[in-house]
Ligand binder design. Structure first.
Ligand SMILES: [Zn+2]
Length: 226
């Protein structure tokens, strides 16, 4: 009887988004070693663990993922348990694991990726930090008012993760602007109750991320960049 080979985890990188590439490759964007948030809990952001595995025969493998916060409690991640089949002619494989982990606080978050409940695992320490809320000074506001070509508002299309109901949220740097029909304002508290299933959605972090991208745009334009 063949002794089952022991898989080797080659490595793991975290990134913001992925797309399938040719021949089993994975394209990734926005690789990071620390996680920055504008508010806690973070919620609607999906990010990815891209993992390489080597040296095992065709079989199904489970990768379990958990996280400990500040070296204390370990939480199992519900989205990271996956099954897949290795092709016969593949010695190595690259796997994309979408993660929806909600960060509740700042601090050191250690992610453990474990194969088949074995002692083969890899751990990645990620420092989670809070960023200041993006504020606009009077010069930046004036600049935004005088140059309509620079976006001063944003929308996100968002689907409730529980009942899949779609929502559109809009935020503008100028708060007196009227919203189009069917478009919702970001709640002041950052907490939104889905009208269909009453799931609570935390939107403050994503709002901060979008405001921050407007601010970087303005700062760049004011410096004369494009
Ligand atoms: Zn819902």
């Amino acid at each position: 009887m063949d002794t089952p080979t022991k898989p080797i985890i080659g490595g793991i990188l975290f990134c913001n988004s992925t797309s399938p590439g040719e021949g089993g490759k994975i394209n990734g964007l926005g690789f990071f070693t620390s996680f920055l948030a504008w508010s806690f809990p973070t919620s609607v952001r999906i990010w990815h663990a891209v993992l390489t595995l080597y040296d095992f025969k065709e079989r199904s493998v489970e990768i379990l993922c958990s996280v400990s916060v500040n070296n204390r409690r370990k939480i199992k991640l519900p989205t990271a348990k996956i099954d897949f089949k290795i092709q016969k002619d593949n010695y190595g494989l690259i796997i994309d694991i979408p993660l929806r982990h909600i960060f509740e606080q700042e601090g050191l978050h250690t992610f453990y990726f474990n194969i088949d409940k074995s002692n083969i695992f890899i751990r990645i320490p990620i420092m989670v930090s809070k960023l200041p809320w993006p504020q606009f000074n009077s010069k930046q506001l004036e600049f935004l008012k005088t140059d309509p070509s620079i976006p001063h508002s944003f929308r996100i299309n968002f689907t409730c993760p529980k009942c899949s109901r779609p929502f559109i949220f809009e935020d503008s740097i100028f708060p007196d602007e009227k919203l189009a029909d069917g478009v919702l304002a970001f709640p002041q508290s950052g907490l939104f109750d889905c009208e269909s299933c009453e799931t609570k959605l935390h939107l403050k972090d994503i709002q901060g991320q979008l405001r921050s991208s407007i601010k970087s745009n303005v700062v760049n334009f004011m410096r004369g960049g494009k």
